[in-house]
Design a protein around this ligand. Sequence first.
Ligand SMILES: C[S@@+](CC[C@H](N)C(=O)[O-])C[C@H]1O[C@@H](n2cnc3c(N)ncnc32)[C@H](O)[C@@H]1O
Length: 289
Amino acid sequence: MLCISAEEFLFWKKKQLSKGGDQQSFAVLLDCIGGISTNDQNLVNINPKKVLYFKKNLVFLESVWDDHLLNSCPIQYLCGITFWRDLKLKVTNKVLIPRSETELIVDIVFNIFRKKSEKFFFAELGTGSGAISIALALAYPLSEGVATDIDQNALEIATKNYKNSSKQSNLKFFCGNWWSPLESFKGKLDLAISNPPYIPRCTYEKLPKEVKNFEPKVALLGGEDGLKHIREIIQKAPLFLKEKGWLILENHFDQSEKVKQILIENKFTAIEILKDLSGIGRFTIGRYK
Ligand SMILES: C[S@@+](CC[C@H](N)C(=O)[O-])C[C@H]1O[C@@H](n2cnc3c(N)ncnc32)[C@H](O)[C@@H]1O
C-alpha cells in the first residue's frame, strides 16, 4: 500500500495526461490497478488535504499508461476490467469491450417489460463478455435467459462475469452459431437480443488501430455489407420467438432502414428505429407478427 498526498497525486496525474490519452481511460487505470475509486479520484479535487492509498506504486501505473499510449492497446485490456452500467466486468482480447451505447439495450428492455417481477424468457445471441444478459438476468430475477456465442473463450469470460456479479442461476450459456445451440427453445422466447458484428468490410479495414489490432475480428466484421449476421438472425428468429415476441438488434449508424426492411420481409410488426445518445438510429426493434 502506497500513501500519496492529494497534491502529489494531482501533479503526477497532470504529467501523465499531458503525454496523451483521455481522462476516462486514466480513471479506469487508477481504479482497476491503482485501487483508487472514481469517487476518491473526484474527492481529491475538492479536498486537497486528502491522502490516497494506492495498491501499486506510481512507477508501475506509469508503465501501464505508457504501454497504452505507445501501442494503442485499450486500457480495459491492459487492466483486464471494464465498467458497463453498474457492472464491473472482466475483459480480455477474446471479447469486445462492451460499448456505452449498447447500455441502452437494457433500457429498451426496461421499457418493454416494466415490472422487475415479470417472468419472461430471453435469449442473447453473441454475448461476448456477457454484459447485456447479465444486466437483464440481475434486473429480472424471476426471468430466465440463455446467451450464446460462437467463441468458447468468450463464453468462459461471460460465465466468470456472471458468477462474479450474481448469486442467481437464471442465465445459462451455450456455444454455437447464432440460433443453432437453442434448438430446444423453438417457439419459447418472449425476447431475443443481439448486438452482432455489423461493420462492413471496407469500414473494418479502416478502423482505428486500437480497435482493429486488439478487438476480435469475429466480434466486429459483418461480411461485405455488414448485414450478413443481422440477416441470418432475423430470418431464423420466427422459429424461436413466441407470437408477439420481441427482437432487439443493435446496428451500424446507417443500417437501420435496411434492418427495418429485412424485419418487414420476415413478417415482423411494430417496428421501431431507436436512437442512441448521439441521435443515431442505433437499434431496430420489432415483434414477430
Ligand atoms: C459486437 S460483439 C457483441 C458482444 C456483446 N454482446 C456486447 O454487446 O458487448 C458480437 C459477438 O458475437 C459473437 N459472434 C460472432 N459471430 C457469431 C456467430 N456466428 N454465432 C454466434 N456468435 C457470434 C462474437 O464472438 C462476439 O462476442
